[in-house]
Design a protein around this ligand. Sequence first.
Ligand code: HEC
Length: 127
Amino acid sequence: MQKTIKFYLILMTGLLVMSSFAVTDSPAGMKLKMPKKIDAIVQSKCYGCHNSNAKFDKPKQKLNFDELSTLSPDKQLEKMKDFASVVEEGSMPPSRFLENNPDKKLTDDEVAKLKKWTSKAVKKLSK
Ligand code: HEC
């Protein structure tokens, strides 16, 4: 019984410590964290070409969602500005790709969500 209580105490302390690290709005800049609904859009419409294991180098050099959160705040800001502008221009996913994959086109609703979030992230990172 004693042991069980000790175990839970340690577990609770561990969780508390971890959760205090999860919210890092440190002076060095915020850690970019995508809300679930944004992450879901990115996963289905962007991630295929913009990840560490993507087939082509160019898109992942421009924007790699796997390393976004590890970049310095300055770099993150740069990437988020690019992200915002491709959404604004409607240039991603590339139109040549959409010819064969029309289901990958961003819907109006997704565009609206991405615009809202990217502009918020840019603002936050610019502080
Ligand atoms: C089929 C592959 C593919 C998909 C899917 C895709 N991209 Fe790209 N992306 C590219 C390529 C290729 C480039 C490089 C284009 C160039 O430099 O001309 C690129 C470049 C970019 C850039 C840099 C633009 C610049 O001007 O430097 C951003 C930002 C970007 N993509 C965001 C996105 C977002 C956001 C999505 C999802 C909505 C997305 N991409 C989906 C292939 C893709």
